[in-house]
Design a protein around this ligand. Sequence first.
Ligand code: H2U
Ligand code: ZN
Length: 351
Amino acid sequence: MSASSSTTDPATHWLQTPHRRYNPLRGEWVLVSPHRTQRPWQGEVATASTAPKISYDPACYLCPGNTRAGGHLNPKYDGIFVFDNDYAALLPDAAQAGDAFSQHPLLRAEQERGLCRVVCFHPDHSLTLAHMETRDIERVVEAWTEQYKDLSARDWIRYVQIFENRGAMMGASNPHPHGQIWATEHIPNEPLAELRTQQAYLQTHHRCLLCDYVKLELAQAERIICANEEFVALVPFWAVWPFEALVLSRRHAGSLTDLDRAQQTGLAEILKQLTTRYDNLFATSFPYTMGLHPAPVDNQPHPEWHFHAHFYPPLLRSATVRKFMVGFEMLGMPQRDITPESAAERLRAAE
Ligand code: H2U
Ligand code: ZN
């Protein structure tokens, strides 16, 4: 059933009136204003980015055989290439500051060690996940898994955040297909919020939050974008970004290392299916920030944690008009106009 169903049906009328929805994974609310989708727009019209067509760019610091900005030479790689970020936001060495970090309750500071890596998905400069072969995306999944294993083997690393900034609109510095990994001494805010909500749900209901959620979404079907035997991509009930997506495994798995071969293939396939629909939606190389959320690696058991991926795309109504998180959203709470149900319907149709 779509969000455009009859305004007089009491069962669905609330879908067309301002309401708020709860995000059980972050433990916060989002405001939905579906009646506002017809408002006129005279704001910014950005220029659409044109996808690069060349397979090798001599000026690209990620292409095989080229010199990076930091002076290092890339090998002539023909698969995946991983290197330590030359401009890492985190450093692995202890600060030697000891007690010098501020202990004041209003001025708290503490050490944060970490490692930052860059993962080139493919040697071909012109590709994106949507245009890569599924078997090549599977190699990316394998590389992420190896990196997760390698980084988590350090006992002081507690979270491995794997992500991709895609497109200039999302701040990606280069169109070459690549992502990043930041591994940190503390669990960052987003996975920490998800850890607490998933732990609380398991304790209360004796079941996994996202196992329950994926079953519910598959039964209702109205927010599903696409699915295969192992993975489902959907616009979550509580989505903030217009075309936000949550990628969930059907079978319970906590971490990248828990995915079996069929799930690795299923993940690669769903990434291709979803990014292809995104590109088709506004006939553009769709920008987004995508990130994997595997279980923390803090040497604790994590029966509550369900492996998933988030896609946060900025676009609202065309290749050039983006959503801004300003005003009430910065000061009050996030808000959206188009309902998650109609966003999912449009992405389903963008096959
Ligand atoms: P983004 O496109 O998501 O910004 O990722 C590119 C990363 O690559 C970025 O973090 C790093 C930047 O620091 N980088 C290098 O490590 N070496 C270079 O020569 C240029 C960019
Ligand atoms: Zn390149």
